[in-house]
Ligand binder design. Sequence first.
Ligand SMILES: [Zn+2]
Length: 406
Amino acid sequence: MNTSSPRSGRLTVLRAAWLYDGVSPALTPDPVLLLVGGVIAAVGPPGGVPEGADVVDLGAATLLPGLIDTHVHLAFDASADPVGNLAGRDAAAALAAMAAAARRAARGGVTTVRDLGDRDYLTLALRRAAASDHSLPTIVAAGPPITTPRGHCHYLGGTAAGVSGVTAAVRERAERGVDLVKIMASGGHLTPGSRPELPQFTSEELRAAVVEAHRHGLPVTAHAHGVQAVADAVAAGVDGLEHVSFMTAGGVDPAPDDLVKAIARSGIALGITLGAVPVEGAGLPPAIAAAMPALMANARRLHRAGARIVAGTDAGIAPIKPPDVLRWAVGELPGIGLTSAEALHAATRLAAEVCGLGERKGRLAPGYDADILAVDGDPLRDLAALHRIRAVYVRGERLGAFREKR
Ligand SMILES: [Zn+2]
């Protein structure tokens, strides 16, 4: 909520050729948006220009809601060794690197990020800074993910054991002021010795985490690869699942039919891990590359069954996943059966709802935050238009001239 900005009452009239509003599966021609400070006050056909308003005409561009990445790690620097590099940074250095990552996300059209794992609750400091610094995206923060002793991402400091330990860990997060709780239901790939195919917590521990989080009004999203961890998390009543890969020790299981149906019925938000920027000499780890067709097939079945799918990228964990990787992930969503309109909706309106920001973000409509991406071309016909960025507005302020580097 930016009420402290001296420019909060500034009027801007924004014109362009087309508008995607986050909901409608068709573009609207000749939009005129009236921005008052950081909020969209009106969307409509040309009316009079209010006195004192800046008029910005973006010509042939298409306006759409700023993109929302539901799964990033600002603390990881998208290098070949994000874990080692983070370990080498003290809090001040880590925070500076995180701010730089967040700014790069915004320049790439990602005006809201949900951070699903930091160290020392550093994202909360950045979230505060974003209230007055409009070069930063809006940040939704989980703090350190809850994991088992020596479990996946234990080095981020969020270890807990047993029902009482997990409950206390959730309470600590609520007291710190996180926006949601992230729990590592299975092992993962960034942690040597961790087994993605195996559950980390008992179903009682997962259930305890959900009960305590909901008692504080916080949603829970669970990192879950293997079938058992996915099933346990669903049974525990989580609000979101990350990855949902159904990976085994040597490959990928077909997602069990009853579990696919249960997930679709539950309305649980699925963060399918997509998005890879072409980087010379870097790519997916060979095991994951080999598993990709089976992973995509599972995701396609989940989509067909009616599951709510968003594109969480895991930005930061590798060179192919820089902070602004989301627009590549959106381009990959048709690979699991989404139409272009569904893909854009997943990265705007739906992602906003999943982040608990459905009242403020993800739409270009009166009353919504003026988080706006302007691109050349029609993203409904060609999602690659998302790479042709003309302008980005973060809560009503235009970011400095964007230079396309790729
Ligand atoms: Zn992650």
